[in-house]
Design a protein. Structure first.
Length: 433
């Protein structure tokens, strides 16, 4: 069932070989931990600690009384050395808390989360957000609208972005956590079914998750296709249901979470463990590509150095994958909850540089590749002129920013950048998709 795939999409080279068979190791303790107060979609947290204060691993250092938000915890025992601002991997500046870690750390212990009657309150207290990159607070997704009951929980184990293997390693190394998390999610939302979707280029992950899954968990092997892991595309690929224009995915009766998010939810509910670290793939133009279990707040430069530094003719370093990630201006920015990868791209590899000056030749490739059935060239032309109404007419707000259009464009038009600009302008003026 559900193997028909979705409309459009592309097949970029995966570049996963360098890290897919390398065991995850713990990243070194950095000299300083910098914790942005906004590592999620929604309201930024407000620092709850002061300079000079001692903090313990697992202690809350930032929170806010807002529905769409997630608290921030110190991943180390140490002392607060600054409460100020920092730049995030996404390039925005915001409030932050800096901690100098003690030289000796016991990573097995932490300040446990308080118990709660409703497990969704534990998920909120743990600060869990979508770890696939979206960083939407998970406790909000676990409270779908009353008129949209969830029948199926879908776990996204596709990891369709080139270069990234952190989800693959998690599924191979900690399958019981992933499956346990899926069951917790099912029970919290009252769903009847669990489907874990994994692309067919991850046979070991399919085997390890299948070995853990009982009769109540369906493991669905999906053909490799980018952007299969996008929420709407995954619902289509698994259930054959289309998310109606302008509606939430919950309108289909499906709730999608990333496999890493599910594992974090299991750790929060069963071990009372806050989200303080994550697996991150460091690969591409580095000497020793690897997956690390790294503390949130670790400077990305520390991770790149642990991998032997950048090598070759490096064009740019991306936080995330090359299709949807953000180019980094500075490697000193910290690892945040949504950072799945740090990828050094050599000139001309994977995502060729865009060319602002080239005109569209109306070849139609971008439209054929668009999984949302949009006309990216038309949105791009309007966005380039600052014509937001025109961009809206061509449904710019439906764009999931997958980057397929930019990937196939023979003249290297900066399509996804133009569309992102139009979306930002439209959202600012309050348009709705
Ligand atoms: S227009 Fe948006 S959804 Fe369509 S291919 Fe481009 S980035 Fe993806
Ligand atoms: S792929 Fe590029 S050149 Fe072709 S229609 Fe789209 S924007 Fe124009």
């Amino acid at each position: 069932m559900g193997k028909a795939g979705f409309r459009g999409g592309v097949h970029p080279p995966t570049f996963k070989e360098a890290t897919r068979d390398v065991d995850t190791t713990r990243a070194p303790l950095p000299e300083r931990i910098v914790l942005p107060m906004s590592q999620h979609l929604g309201a930024p947290c407000i620092p709850t600690v002061a300079v000079g204060e001692r903090v313990a691993r697992g202690q809350v250092v930032g929170d806010i009384d807002a529905m769409v938000s997630a608290p921030i915890h110190s991943p180390v025992n140490g002392e607060v050395t600054a409460v100020g601002t920092c730049i995030t991997p996404g390039g925005t500046r915001g409030a932050s808390v800096e901690v100098a870690p003690d030289a000796d750390q016991d990573f097995a212990s932490f300040v446990p989360l308080a118990d709660a009657e409703d497990p969704r309150d534990i998920v909120r207290a743990a600060g869990i957000v979508g770890l696939g990159g979206a960083a939407f607070p998970s406790h909000v997704k676990l409270r779908p609208p009353h008129d949209m009951p969830v029948g199926v929980v879908i776990l996204n184990g596709c990891e369709c972005e080139p270069f990234l293997t952190c989800d693959d390693r998690l599924m191979r190394e900690r399958p019981q956590r992933v499956v346990a998390g899926a069951r917790h999610i099912r029970d919290m939302v009252g769903a009847a079914r669990i489907i874990i979707g994994i692309e067919d280029n991850k046979p070991e992950a399919i085997a390890s998750i299948s070995a853990e899954a009982g009769e109540d968990v369906e493991v669905l092997v999906l053909p490799t296709n980018y952007p299969q892991g996008a929420e709407k595309q995954l619902i289509w690929a698994t259930l054959g249901k289309e998310v109606p224009h302008g509606k939430l995915p919950a309108a289909t009766g499906a709730l999608v979470h990333n496999v890493g998010t599910a594992a974090a939810i299991a750790d929060a509910i069963e071990l009372k463990k806050p989200l303080m670290e994550r697996i991150v793939t460091v690969t591409g133009a580095v000497a020793r590509p690897a997956n690390y279990l790294a503390l949130l707040g670790t400077p990305l430069a520390t991770l790149v150095a642990q991998s032997g530094g950048l090598i070759g003719d490096v064009d740019r370093v991306i936080a995330g994958g090359p299709m949807t990630g953000a180019a980094l201006a500075d490697l000193s920015v910290p690892l945040v909850k949504g950072t799945s990868g740090v990828v050094g791209l050599e000139r001309g590899v994977a995502a060729p540089a865009v060319n602002d000056d080239q005109a569209c030749i109306r070849c139609g490739r971008c439209s054929r590749a668009c999984p949302m059935s949009l006309e990216p060239f038309a949105i791009g032309i309007h966005a380039n002129r600052g014509d937001w109404d025109g961009s809206e007419r061509f449904m710019a707000l439906d764009c999931i920013e997958c980057g397929c259009c930019s990937f196939v464009c023979p003249t290297r038009r900066p399509l996804v950048q133009l569309i992102r600009r139009a979306k930002g302008a439209l959202m600012q003026r309050g348009s709705r998709s």
